[in-house]
Design a binder for this molecule. Structure first.
Ligand code: DC
Length: 214
């Protein structure tokens, strides 16, 4: 078993960017587990199936071949919302469990980011980070990004979407979004990307065994 870093947090918290940086810095593999749920939602939508069709969703999750999916069709707030809907289905979560654990088990180690990595997927992870920021700050960042793409709804709409997604991800019965008891909280509300990365490195390096990493 390699060195495992679990990174959880709500939508638009910056955990994806941070996880990529951490993985590159320490020479570890990286898995954005949100992509798995997005891909399940994409398969359902492509087949014109409703997102709450539990049987079809579980079948899609088992059949998933992420390597063959076009990532550009999985990005965006709309797919994030669709992913959040399929992710409440326990059979979907069960179908994706081993794949995530197999990924985590590779040498020399891996960084996985998502909602339930530290609580359910890798409860024995060497380091657990819970990355967060206020809903307003996350909405500001997401809004800025959408303005940059020339495709922005009003800020209030973005904020309402963030609140709705938080409520669903935190309120579901199976593997809800919450920090593991032994997770270190990293609030990025007042940090830029560099600041968040510096703090994350401090947390990783304070962990026993991290000295074997680059
Ligand atoms: O991180 P993201 O925005 O790509 O995730 C999209 C949705 O997928 C998220 O709102 C909830 C679900 N998800 C999950 O339930 N568990 C994970 N480990 C990752 C994502």
């Amino acid at each position: 078993m390699g060195f495992v870093i679990a990174v959880d947090g709500p939508a638009a918290s910056g955990k994806g960017t941070l996880s990529k940086r951490i993985a590159a810095h320490y020479g570890l593999a990286h898995l954005d587990t949100g992509l798995l749920y997005r891909a399940v939602a994409r398969l359902l939508l492509d087949k014109n199936r409703p997102l709450d069709d539990e049987k079809a969703a579980a079948a899609a999750a088992y059949a998933l071949e992420l390597a063959f999916m076009d990532e550009s069709r999985l990005r965006g707030a709309e797919m994030g919302e669709a992913a959040s809907r399929v992710s409440v289905i326990p059979a979907v979560r069960a179908a994706l469990l081993d794949r995530q654990r197999d990924f985590a088990a590779q040498a020399p180690g891996a960084v996985l980011d998502g909602r339930d990595i530290g609580t359910v997927i890798c409860p024995d992870a060497d380091v657990k980070l819970f990355v967060t920021a206020s809903a307003e700050e996350r909405a500001r960042r997401r809004h800025r990004e959408l303005v940059g793409r020339g495709d922005a709804p009003p800020y209030e709409t973005v904020l309402a979407d963030i609140h709705a997604r938080d409520a669903r991800d935190q309120g579901r019965a199976t593997a809800p979004l919450r920090p593991a008891d032994d997770a270190v909280l990293l609030d990025t509300s007042d940090l830029d990307v560099e600041g968040a990365f510096a703090r994350a490195r401090e947390i990783v390096e304070a962990t026993r065994g991290a000295s074997s990493l680059r």
